[in-house]
Design a protein around this ligand. Structure first.
Ligand SMILES: [Zn+2]
Length: 81
């Protein structure tokens, strides 16, 4: 009668909630070839994540513009709920 039903605390339980990879974004993973703002080729230092995919822009300024817009839309959508 020494069996306990309490869950055993595993030493490694820090694997959840980290599925989104924050590693470096690679140009080869970028879904688009040209900047949607300017039509210029995307630059390796101007990549960001959108819906889990790598998207690119021709320079960090374009990426900034997109991220600001996406954040604004996210806030507006969250505010509606
Ligand atoms: Zn651009």
């Amino acid at each position: 009668m020494g069996l306990s039903t309490s869950p055993t605390p595993g030493p490694s339980r820090e694997r959840e909630g980290r599925s989104r990879k924050m590693t470096e974004l690679r140009l080869q993973d970028c879904v688009n070839e040209v900047c949607p703002w300017s039509g210029d080729p995307v630059s390796a230092d101007s990549l960001t994540l959108y819906r889990g995919e790598v998207v690119g822009f021709c320079n960090p300024g374009c990426k900034d513009k997109f991220e600001k817009a996406a954040a604004a839309f996210d806030a507006a959508i969250e505010g509606k709920k």
